[in-house]
Design a protein around this ligand. Structure first.
Ligand SMILES: *[C@@H]1O[C@H](CO)[C@@H](O)[C@H](O)[C@H]1NC(C)=O
Ligand SMILES: *[C@@H]1O[C@H](CO)[C@@H](O)[C@H](O)[C@H]1NC(C)=O
Length: 353
């Protein structure tokens, strides 16, 4: 049956009385490799010897993608040949880190992704949301060509530090519909239907800068309340932008055997950037909608994966959009170390394993 996600969206937003229209659509996985084009443009294989080791990342990239991601080249729709997203006009790039399982014998295995509820036929990737406003109050300004941002900090390892990223969480899926019990740390117990990483970006923009040196300070959270409670934007970042939100489902089912979990009772999953806590979770975004398509979708309060005047394609068509990997290394099977030799570190930067 064709997906019309109203019931899912309503379920997801049940805590938000009167919640209205939002785009919710699937973008299949495009490529999995050790590239960090937003922070290290043009560098193939995020450099293990980089002095700034915080940015050694290993990403799952979604959509139009090129290692150079030249910031001067603003016309992403003009350079991409296809998109993995259901909206055919969306050539944005969405990245997350990659989750690994660490077995008792110290070897690592990549955790596959799977499609979300009603997007089961997607080749992994993520569900992307753009929410204009809650309760229809006011308007949002869509991102401009060249806009990019990162939310979260891959060096973060503590709950206190992660608190400033208000809405980066995990859902321990008891079944595919679970939408309660979000935590900021990786779930401590096996999750029968997988771990969903929830990545919500800030919703206020300075109105001027398409990017900033840390890729984050040109955006901000509301001064009080939240986007969901229609909290006001700070005077430094007065422009209200859509709430961009990724849901990424990691299919942990093959790693849920208690006998394979650490004997000390800790949880066995670790992010590709060396984080076994989960507090360093982050998402990267490079805007790439064609023309004013996103603004039109926001202005019309379009719902889910269809919008008047916007091109769309099936999940199967999206799955067909792929790119060749540019980093030649084995990332599957049991690995002796994380890709790039990444070490797992604690809050003080000390290597844990
Ligand atoms: C990536 O972009 C650069 C600069 O625009 C171009 O020279 C290169 O051919 C592109 N690579 C791929 C794989 O498309
Ligand atoms: C390590 O443990 C995994 C999971 O139990 C197993 O599949 C793999 O063969 C083991 N590797 C070695 C070298 O023992």
């Amino acid at each position: 049956m064709r997906f019309h996600g109203t019931q899912v969206a309503a379920g997801l937003l049940s805590a938000l009385p009167g919640a209205q229209a939002l785009l919710r659509f699937s973008c299949s996985q495009l490529v999995v490799e050790r590239l960090d084009p937003l922070v290290n443009p043009g560098v193939v294989g995020s450099p293990p010897s980089s002095p700034d080791r915080r940015w050694r990342k290993f990403h799952e990239a979604i959509n139009a993608f090129n290692a150079s991601m030249d910031p001067a080249k603003l016309d992403i729709p003009g350079t991409a040949t296809c998109t993995t997203c259901q909206f055919a006009d969306d050539f944005s790039n969405y990245w997350t880190a990659v989750l690994f399982f660490r077995a008792r014998n110290g070897t690592y295995h990549r955790v596959p992704q799977k499609g979300n509820v009603f997007f089961e036929q997607a080749n992994g990737g993520m569900t992307v949301y753009y929410t204009p406003t809650i309760n229809g109050r006011g308007k949002v300004t869509a991102f401009k060509p060249g806009f990019r941002m990162i939310v979260g900090d891959p060096m973060e390892r503590t709950a206190a530090g992660a608190a400033k990223y208000r809405q980066l969480t995990y859902t321990c899926l008891q079944n595919s519909m679970t939408r309660t019990g979000e935590t900021k740390n990786l779930p401590p117990k096996p999750c029968p239907a997988g771990i969903m990483a929830n990545i919500r970006f800030p919703t206020c923009w300075d109105g001027v800068n398409l990017d900033s040196p840390d890729h984050a300070s040109h955006v901000a959270y509301p001064t009080s309340g939240t986007f969901e409670s229609s909290g006001p934007c700070p005077s430094t970042h007065p422009v209200k932008i859509p709430q961009l939100f990724y849901e990424v489902i990691w299919d942990t089912s093959q790693f849920n055997n208690a006998a394979d979990w650490p004997a000390d009772g800790s949880q066995p999953f670790v992010w590709s950037y060396g984080d076994a806590t989960g507090y360093g979770t982050h998402g990267d975004y490079v805007f790439g909608w064609k023309g004013d398509a996103l603004q039109r979708a926001m202005d019309q309060n379009c719902q889910n994966d269809k919008c008047n005047g916007l091109g769309s394609q099936s999940l199967q068509q999206g799955n067909k959009c792929t790119v060749k990997t540019t980093v030649d290394e084995n990332i599957d099977g049991w690995l002796d170390e994380l890709p790039g030799g990444m070490k797992v570190t604690d809050a003080s930067g000390k290597v844990v394993y």
